[in-house]
Design a protein around this ligand. Structure first.
Ligand code: 5GP
Ligand code: ZN
Length: 149
């Protein structure tokens, strides 16, 4: 089985899309399927997945990727997380790629995780440090050159 194809018979999320494993479905479109996470980190923690078996983000055709964020937006509004102030309840959109990046299920999924307090939802480690401007400049040049190839 290659990293990307319409369905993978052994994939738990492909089985959920096909209805072979039950789920609490929320929105289904031609390209996406969304459902409640079975081990939520906060009330309303849900997943939006492409109806295409790609293990990682780069395995997905663009039309599947383009469908996902509008679905996540509708769901954030349904969860009453559409608060137009920096204060109050918030939410994180999280998409993990690879074991080291905390991916357990090898079918691309976007978590929508309500953040209502310090203890529930996503808890982030963020090892930030001031950058060396010369290194940033070199890296940007290298990447832009690669992107222009
Ligand atoms: P990951 O760590 O791969 O980004 O997250 C996988 C997510 O899928 C976890 O939050 C986990 O709770 C959820 N999950 C795994 N299996 C199932 C399942 O069978 N049903 C549902 N609804 N969620 C699942
Ligand atoms: Zn799959």
């Amino acid at each position: 089985m290659s990293a990307a194809a319409l369905h993978d018979a052994s994939c738990i999320f492909c089985k959920i899309i096909k209805g072979e494993i039950p789920s609490f479905k929320l929105i289904e479109t031609a390209h996406s399927y969304s459902f409640l996470d079975i081990q939520p980190t906060a009330k309303g923690h849900l997943l939006v997945i492409p109806k295409y078996h790609g293990a990682k983000l780069h395995n997905l055709p663009d039309e599947y990727l383009a469908d996902i964020l509008p679905v996540a937006k509708k769901l954030a509004i349904a969860l009453e997380l559409n608060i137009d102030s920096p204060e109050g309840d918030g939410y994180n959109i999280l998409q993990n790629n690879g074991r080291i990046a905390h991916q357990v299920v090898d079918h691309v999924h976007f978590h929508l995780i309500p953040k209502r307090d310090e203890k529930s939802g996503l808890i982030v480690g963020w090892p930030a440090a001031d950058a060396d401007m010369g290194e940033l400049s070199d890296l940007a040049k290298k990447l832009v050159a690669k992107l222009e190839q």
